[in-house]
Design a protein around this ligand. Structure first.
Ligand SMILES: [Zn+2]
Length: 371
């Protein structure tokens, strides 16, 4: 089929009954859905505070009305968790294909323990493989993987290998705030396997929030939430630096890394600084990196964005072939159902060739969608 618009970062919400599929011995420790006066919420582990679906399912509501009413599975758009309605919602939004990231399974690290995380990852990935099967030319399933500090990355590898066999076309790496960094020696085997398997590995916003270490009380100080919402990009800059300076990409030159939902406007500035560190500081810092970070970015990285006029204007400083537009359906940042209008406005004046790369071709190429 012809791909005019591909969303490189959309989301689902896990269906209410999903974790009934977790093996019986672990089921009571798996996430449970609860219905409350404030809406539906997931309890990620026994005793944990409820995590409301709220901002994860607002597509179609006016932004002034976000969270004005409790969000439940009854009231959210069915496309959020059912493949048929999901495709219908893509049609409403003129989207030809969507790359599907998890809902609460983005927070897999909050599950009870390592064995539960692995079981939940398998359960989710099998379900997502079925979701993708509904229309593989239009639905691109991304697996979820347990964090790298579980069993020295062994379960991360096991989940990745199984997800690849299931036909999922990318994998999302869950990262515990206090977990090992991506360039830790315990993670090295995982990166070798990821390179060998060849599917893109995604790092998504909120996996390493810069507000880690903040007391929960501090989040209630007026302004803290807006500050977090504005600076989610910071964590992505940290991931990019870790993977490049830590030599992960240098050791595994075929790796494909996707920085998901972090926007793109910051990338040229951070790369310019990284190149400066490379030129001036690498000698006395005994850097293990042997090429300019901006060159590494152009070979191994991709980044997704929704509205990012600054980044679109600076595309030549990163490579237009590295940048992928996304709708973020059905989350609070979503452009649904007006994605085409948003694209027309934010890409105004951009030559058709570059525009097509960013809104369709790059994602189609990366995930093997055939025209
Ligand atoms: Zn996303």
């Amino acid at each position: 089929m012809q791909y005019s618009i591909v969303s490189a970062d959309s989301h689902i919400n896990e269906p209410p009954e999903l974790f009934n599929e977790v093996p019986a011995s672990l089921r009571s420790l798996a996430p449970q859905l609860v219905h409350t006066d404030k809406g539906d919420a997931w309890i990620m582990a026994p005793g944990a505070a409820p995590r409301f679906v709220s901002t994860s399912a607002v597509a179609g509501r006016k932004k002034e009305e976000y969270l004005a009413r409790p969000v439940t599975y009854e009231t959210m758009r069915k496309g959020s968790f059912m493949p048929g309605p999901h495709v219908e919602d893509m049609d409403i939004d003129n989207i030809d294909a969507g790359v599907l990231y998890p809902g609460i399974m983005r927070y897999l690290e909050r599950c009870a323990d390592g064995p539960v995380r692995l079981a939940c990852a398998h359960t989710y990935n099998e379900w997502m493989a079925g979701f993708q099967k509904h229309d593989p030319k239009r639905l691109v399933g991304i697996a979820t993987l347990p964090q790298l500090d579980d069993d020295m990355g062994k379960t991360t590898i096991e989940a990745l290998e199984r997800a690849a066999k299931l036909g999922l076309r990318g994998a999302f790496l869950s990262q515990k705030d206090s977990g090992i960094p991506l360039h830790h020696p315990d993670a090295s085997r995982f990166w070798a396997v990821a390179e060998e398997i060849g599917i893109p590995i995604s790092i998504h916003i909120h996996t390493n929030p810069f507000q880690r270490g903040w007391s929960k009380d501090w989040m209630d100080i007026p302004g803290s939430k807006e500050l977090g919402g504005s600076l989610v990009l910071i964590g992505m800059a940290e991931h990019m630096n870790t993977l490049i300076w830590g030599g992960v990409v240098a050791r595994h030159p075929k790796l494909k890394i996707v920085l998901a939902e972090g926007g793109i406007g910051w990338i040229p500035s951070v790369l310019e600084r990284m190149d400066h560190v490379y030129d001036v500081h690498r000698h006395y810092m005994n850097s293990i990196v042997k090429e300019k970070p901006s060159e590494t970015f152009r070979k191994n990285f991709y980044a997704t964005f929704q509205k990012d006029v600054a980044g679109i204007r600076l595309r030549d400083m990163m490579g237009a072939d590295r940048l992928m537009w996304a709708s973020d359906y059905p989350h609070t940042d979503t452009t649904w159902p007006e994605s085409k209008k948003v694209i027309d406005e934010t890409f105004e004046g951009v030559p058709e060739g570059d525009k097509h790369l960013m809104i369709s071709e790059n994602a189609a190429r990366l995930y093997g969608l055939q025209n």
